[in-house]
Design a protein around this ligand. Structure first.
Ligand code: TYC
Length: 102
C-alpha cells in the first residue's frame, strides 16, 4: 500500500478466502384450493420430510401464508421449484413454490 515509507506496495491477502456459494430458500405459498394432502405429499417427496414434519410445515403455510421448505444451492433450489411446479400443474393445483436468496 501507499503510505509514507515511499514505496508503492500491494495488499497481500493473509486469510485464505474460501468463498462459499450463496444459498437459496425454497418457499411454499398458501392458496385456497390445493388439497392439504397434496402439499404434504410434495414435502415428503421433494424435501425429505417425515409425514409428521410435512403435516406441520403444511399447516404453518396454511396459517401464515408462506414457509421455508428447505435451503439449497442455486441449482438444487431451482430443480426443487421446477419439480414442485410441474407436479402441481399436472394435478391442476394452483400451488406456488419459489426461491429467494438467503
Ligand atoms: N389452504 C389450503 C386448503 O385449505 C391448503 C394448503 C396448504 C395449500 C399449504 C397450499 O402451500 C399450501 N386446502
Amino acid at each position: 500500500d501507499q503510505d509514507d515509507d515511499g514505496d508503492v506496495g500491494v495488499k497481500v491477502e493473509t486469510r485464505p478466502k474460501t468463498k462459499r456459494p450463496p444459498l437459496y430458500k425454497v418457499l411454499i405459498l398458501n392458496d385456497d384450493y390445493t388439497p392439504m394432502e397434496f402439499v404434504v405429499h410434495v414435502l415428503e417427496r421433494y424435501f425429505g420430510m417425515t409425514h409428521a414434519q410435512a403435516v406441520e410445515l403444511m399447516l404453518t403455510v396454511h396459517q401464515k401464508g408462506v414457509a421455508v421448505a428447505g435451503v439449497f444451492s442455486h441449482e438444487i433450489a431451482e430443480t426443487k421449484v421446477a419439480l414442485v411446479m410441474d407436479l402441481a400443474q399436472r394435478h391442476q393445483h394452483p400451488l406456488q413454490c419459489t426461491m429467494e436468496k438467503e
